[in-house]
Structure formats: structure tokens, C-alpha cells
Design a protein around this ligand. Structure first.
Ligand SMILES: [Zn+2]
Length: 131
């Protein structure tokens, strides 16, 4: 079962191989970041020059490497949003925390949310419905 992640703006496939490739920015620092395609797996690979300047809780801006549009969720600015396309499902929204060092991901399908990560508790997932 292959999970395909799409940019919500230009529909480019962001994981042509396995990992999801995004551009991450914090103030004037930019770098490429690779994310796991498995929701709940928070391992990532990031340009060290970007990561060195980050502290816990810093808000990182993620953008699409193709159309360059910021992926910050309109429903909740603390999150970034991707589209997840998988066999047997309608397209789902994936919302993941932009705060460096925090683990929170919501997988939104219709009016239900699957929650991943120990930092997700304090967030009301209903923000993401119908947005
Ligand atoms: Zn795009």
C-alpha cells in the first residue's frame, strides 16, 4: 500500500521515492527536510545548517519545493498541511505540528481524526474539520 503525499496547492507528489521532501524555513535560514511517509513516525532528516539554529518550540515554516507556497494550515496556524492519497481511501488531510521538537500529527478523513504523537493532546482536532 503506497501512501502518496501531495502539495495541497499544486498537487505535486512530494514523496516520489519514499520520504516526503519539503523546504523548511526559520527566519532567514532555509533547508531541505525529509519526513517519514508513515504518520506517527517523527524521524526526519534535515539540513544541519538549518537545524543548528532551532530550539524546542520554534515555529518552522514548511513550503512546497515545486510551487514554493507555504503549507501552513489555514485551520490552525500551528500546523502544516499536506494531502495524503492512499489506495482505498478518499484523499485525506495530514496536519503536522510546525513547532520544532514537538510530535503531533492529525490524519483527517471526513469528520474523524486519527491522532499521532505525544504532543497532540492539547489540540482540538475539530479545527481541521470542514476547513
Ligand atoms: Zn506545491
Amino acid at each position: 500500500m503506497k501512501n502518496t503525499y501531495l502539495c495541497p496547492h499544486c498537487a505535486t507528489v512530494l514523496n516520489p521515492s519514499v520520504k516526503i521532501l519539503l523546504v523548511a524555513r526559520h527566519h532567514d535560514r532555509r533547508g531541505m527536510i525529509l519526513l517519514s511517509p508513515q504518520p506517527g513516525n517523527f524521524k526526519y532528516v534535515c539540513d544541519r545548517s538549518l537545524e543548528e539554529g532551532l530550539s524546542h518550540g520554534d515555529m518552522v515554516a514548511f513550503s512546497c519545493p515545486v510551487c514554493t507556497i507555504d503549507l501552513t494550515s489555514v485551520a490552525d496556524h500551528r500546523f502544516a498541511e499536506l494531502v495524503l492519497r492512499s489506495p482505498g481511501h478518499d484523499d485525506r488531510k495530514v496536519e503536522f505540528s510546525r513547532a520544532y521538537g514537538t510530535h503531533a500529527t492529525y490524519l483527517i478523513e471526513g469528520q474523524t481524526a486519527q491522532v499521532f504523537g505525544e504532543d497532540a493532546d492539547g489540540t482540538d482536532a475539530t479545527n481541521f474539520f470542514g476547513a
